[in-house]
Design a protein around this ligand. Sequence first.
Ligand SMILES: Cc1cc2nc3c(=O)[nH]c(=O)nc-3n(C[C@H](O)[C@H](O)[C@H](O)COP(=O)(O)OP(=O)(O)OC[C@H]3O[C@@H](n4cnc5c(N)ncnc54)[C@H](O)[C@@H]3O)c2cc1C
Length: 458
Amino acid sequence: MATYDYDLFVIGGGSGGVRAARLSACYGARVALAEERYLGGTCVNVGCIPKKLLVYASHYSAHFEDAAGFGWTVGERHFDWPTLIAHKNAEIARLNGVYRKLLEEAGVEIISARAILRDAHSVEVAGRTAKAERILIATGGWPMVPEIPGKEHAITSNEAFFLPRLPARVAIVGGGYIACEFAGIFHGMGSRVVQLYRGPLFLRGFDGDVRKTLAEEMRKKAIELRFNVEIAGIEKTRAGLVASLTTDERLEVDLVLFATGRAPSTRGLGLEGAGVALNAKGAIVVDAYSRSSVENIYAVGDVTDRINLTPVAIAEGQAFAETVYNDNPTKPDHAGVPSAVFSDPELATVGLSEEAARRAFGAVDVYRTSFRPLKHALSGRSERTMMKLVVERAGGKVVGAHMVGEGAAEIIQGLAVALKAGATKRDFDRTIGIHPTAAEEFVTMRTPLSEPEKQAAE
Ligand SMILES: Cc1cc2nc3c(=O)[nH]c(=O)nc-3n(C[C@H](O)[C@H](O)[C@H](O)COP(=O)(O)OP(=O)(O)OC[C@H]3O[C@@H](n4cnc5c(N)ncnc54)[C@H](O)[C@@H]3O)c2cc1C
């Protein structure tokens, strides 16, 4: 019988890897985890957490502006980027420590080094070869930057969190959630922001009304949105950067941030040699239990390119440990996963977009409302909130809930439970609202849009 140094070797100490390692160790497995960069992975270090802290910081400019309508006089305002970054770094360092402690207390051996596979049971790490019965790949993803002349002058989200100073003029390239979020962050801090996207409208895959509403609201705030355009090259000048666009225009900025997608981190890991199958995008192909094409090698999180969100990576890591070390076969559930974009304004969504629901069910009823939130009656701000329910007509089940506006993420998280439980529109109708809130609109929309109204919106 082969002898192994470990029952489980986890490569990658991010959201998925940490959960899987910790739980497996709690179930009695001898576990090692290799992390080459930072414990907590993308989410804690260069993703969700620092992003949300920057989003909070960016909201203060609007809070100060809105205060006058409520009788407040706000004194001289000054924003200091290095202070924010220093405070953010201190909080992240604290979280790194929390992750280390959680793993150590569970008995996981942490190896601070890059690990690569030698074969299906061997990992090369920190100058030695470790043998493990099972290996879990949880190496996450990495930003992709297009191959254009001068790309070295641009940054990605990774570097945006550590900029030495706030740039005055920022070009953000991309139409995904990360691009939209950084547009709001830099705008709120006081930078002049232009967001460029090669397609006709950003946030592909989200509900059409959500995409249009966000674009309108961002433009109202003077965030410049430019669609059907790309950056073809970047030159460094004495005054900053000059980006040449595919429309032959030249854009002078101080910072170009590419948020043009992320690729699974599978390069140079030795996966092919070990026989692990990858798909065309380089993601590890796994079955419903996160098992790869090699029997004892599993993968969770962004490296599998299923739904690339932290709670999903955690759920996959948890399901792996349950299945393999707790004799409790568990498939991670990828249905009805809610998500948010912490843009300005924020948006959140659960279930199907109207477009996807039509494809899935044919006949759907759509309930939509757009209103100026009570707060802005006094602040004077013209921002509107949009809410929408998509209902499958035959069974009356609510199959999608979408919102653009303050508090969207907090509200949609609650509705995600209702949708998961199979709530019908009738269940929404017989639920009493909390007054006065924006959320109560979700239980008071009574009349579906008529066909002409829907067509007019298209
Ligand atoms: C800017 C940004 C904002 C985001 N915001 C949100 C959000 O608001 N909400 C949300 O749910 N998700 C968000 N995400 C996505 C979220 O961060 C990821 O889905 C999540 O971190 C995936 O977890 P993971 O365990 O798969 O990988 P990761 O967290 O990326 O962890 C992988 C780890 O593996 C390590 N590693 C890689 N290769 C090796 C190797 N060979 N040896 C040793 N270690 C290795 C890496 O250093 C990394 O620490 C955001 C992402 C970004 C970039």
